[in-house]
Write a protein that binds this ligand. Structure first.
Ligand code: SF4
Length: 574
């Protein structure tokens, strides 16, 4: 189901618009376009589809790229079709890549003007990027801006390592950092930037690369260490991807980072987009990196309507976007900067809800903006990219026990002020795998928090962690908080349990601080300070905030009463 089905009615108008755009830029006495000298498959086309490889007519032969192309897999061509259908398909005459391109242009006519105008659009985009891109610590080539001269040895604005000002080679890579290490930094920045604001990423990137400056140092880190440094950045699976990726490079690639998109795609956690981004930025490979920003820019630039959800690689819209991005980057001498410029444009100018077309370097030549200006059927560029309606997220209720132990000994030091919280580690592999959380369990819809069984399902974990000591226990409800994941929405219903040790327990042996539950899950007691530095999911942080807000609310009336008393005394001159 497409949210914008009626937009297909715009097609005749688009065809006229494309004709006028092409006419405007084609010299009157122009010769017909030269037939392509060769048809070369680029590595990026492998990601597009193994069944229908799209080829690009290039002006110069690139035999090594042709050799890298993967032929269509016979298994995939037939897929799960019946023998009859497979036979019919086998008899169908093979389509040439050029025919596939013409098909796409037939469906999305403004693609033709992008192809013809690609060199100018690319130059405009790069000129804009050189002038106005954001300063980021991993952008370190001679086109990159940097912060004002440093006041001290580390200097800058806190976002710039001092090596930033060092020289670059002819491809733009920094000369003071080995190429392999440069690629490592780009890889870390790309993984960190997924679904996260770039400004937040910069600080984390600096801390990460300072602690693990290269792939071999990262490979020897523990999962707990990477989760701790990642704390607060969200989507912890990405920290695991970096660790697994580093171990893969060390174990399978002689600790040398793969230097092309094909090799990079074998690194765990590196998909087609990330592989293309690293290959182009660090190794100068002219392969388009297509992320959500680039999809938005290309669908608007080429007015890609009615081709399905461009985020789904098999859709016509996705193929049109791929073609548009490939034409734009083709033959670029600065493929890394070009890819970053497209992403930057999508993030800062061609934004989802409020594109600033008036300040866009691609405004002349943008079919979507032209269509909007023409007032066609109420079309707006914000209608693109078209998206399929997502299925409703699953709803789950989770009972959470925030167990706090007060008094007694901890680490051999007695003291009633000691306070620690019980955490258990989630199983590896699943949602939030390997992260620490308060004991929790899903509860069926028919149970309410007042029901004695509501918190019973996480009792096995709690019983394994020293609950058999001499404690007086009190419980109070903390309320609810929700957290949404990509496919499920959790409503956490939390309860605060306080276990207080009686005074005569002070001489007893200190209770254990960590161990395993009967079900094999790791548990540990941590102080409130340790809680802040551990790798905790956003959901767990929200639950902890419920507790801290409640504690503050409890203190507030007392503090205001004391304040009033002092105010009265001050008034009386006491
Ligand atoms: S002109 Fe507008 S719609 Fe077109 S690419 Fe630029 S910002 Fe996006």
């Amino acid at each position: 189901m497409h949210a914008l089905g009626p937009i297909r009615a715009l097609r005749p108008r688009l065809q006229r618009l494309t004709a006028s755009l092409v006419k405007r830029r084609t010299p009157i006495a122009a010769e017909p376009r030269d037939p392509p000298r060769d048809i070369a498959l680029r590595p990026s086309h492998v990601f597009l589809s193994r069944q229908i490889p799209i080829a690009v007519a290039r002006s110069r032969p690139r035999a090594h790229l042709v050799a890298m192309a993967v032929p269509p897999s016979p298994k995939r061509v037939n897929g799960n079709k019946s023998p009859k259908a497979a036979k019919a398909k086998a008899k169908a005459p093979a389509r040439s890549p050029t025919e596939d391109i013409e098909d796409l242009i037939g469906k999305h006519p403004s693609l033709a003007s992008i192809r013809d105008d690609a060199p100018r659009l690319r130059d405009e985009l790069l000129a804009w990027y050189d002038k106005s891109h954001r300063i980021l610590p991993w952008r370190r080539n001679f086109h990159s801006h940097h912060a004002p001269p440093p006041p001290g040895p580390q200097g800058g604005d806190g976002c710039e390592p001092k090596e930033y000002w060092a020289g670059c080679d002819e491809t733009g890579a920094p000369t003071n950092v080995p190429r392999d290490q440069y690629a490592y930094g780009v890889w870390v920045s790309e993984i960190m930037s997924q679904q996260t604001q770039i400004e937040r990423v910069a600080q984390y990137w600096l801390r990460w690369t300072e602690r693990w400056p290269d792939v071999s140092s990262l490979a020897s880190a523990t999962r707990e260490e990477v989760n701790e440094l990642w704390a607060g950045l969200g989507y912890y699976r990405r920290a695991g991807f970096l660790l697994d990726g580093a171990r893969h490079v060390v174990d399978n690639c002689d600790t040398i980072f793969p230097n092309d998109a094909k090799g990079l795609a074998n690194v765990p956690g590196v998909g087609p987009y990330t592989a293309a981004a690293i290959a182009s930025i660090a190794f100068d490979e002219p392969v388009a990196a297509v992320d959500g920003n680039v999809i938005r820019v290309c669908t608007r630039l080429a007015a890609v309507t009615g081709g399905g959800d461009a985020a789904k690689p098999s859709s016509d819209a996705a193929k049109a976007v791929r073609l548009c991005a490939d034409w734009l980057i083709d033959d670029s001498t600065r493929p890394g900067d070009f890819n970053q410029a497209m992403m930057e444009l999508g993030a800062t100018v061609c934004t989802p809800k409020a594109p600033a077309c008036g300040q866009c370097p691609l405004r002349v030549g943008c079919a979507g903006a032209a269509l909007e200006s023409a007032g066609s059927s109420g079309f707006k560029v914000t209608d693109l990219p078209e998206k399929e309606k997502k299925p409703e997220k699953r709803e789950e209720r989770v009972a959470v026990r925030v167990v706090e132990r007060k008094g007694g000994r901890r680490d051999g030091v007695p003291g009633p002020a000691d306070s620690s919280f019980l955490l258990v580690r989630r199983p590896e592999g699943g949602l939030l795998g390997g992260l620490w959380e308060f004991p929790s369990a899903n509860v069926p819809d028919n149970l309410e928090p007042g029901d004695p069984d509501f918190y019973a399902s996480c009792a096995d974990v709690v019983h394994s962690c020293g609950s058999s000591g001499k404690f007086s226990k009190s419980r109070v409800g903390l309320g609810e908080v929700t957290h949404t994941f990509s496919h499920v929405r959790h409503t956490y219903v939390a309860q605060h349990e306080v276990w207080e040790t009686s005074a005569d327990d002070d001489g007893d042996e200190a209770p254990p601080t960590r161990g395993d539950t009967a079900g094999g899950r790791e548990w540990r007691w941590v102080t409130a300070t340790e809680l802040q530095t551990l790798g905790l999911s956003s959901g767990v942080r929200k639950i902890y905030e419920l507790l801290t807000k409640r504690e503050q609310a409890k203190k507030a009336p007392r503090e205001s009463a004391i304040g009033k008393l002092f105010a009265k005394k001050a008034k009386r001159g006491e």
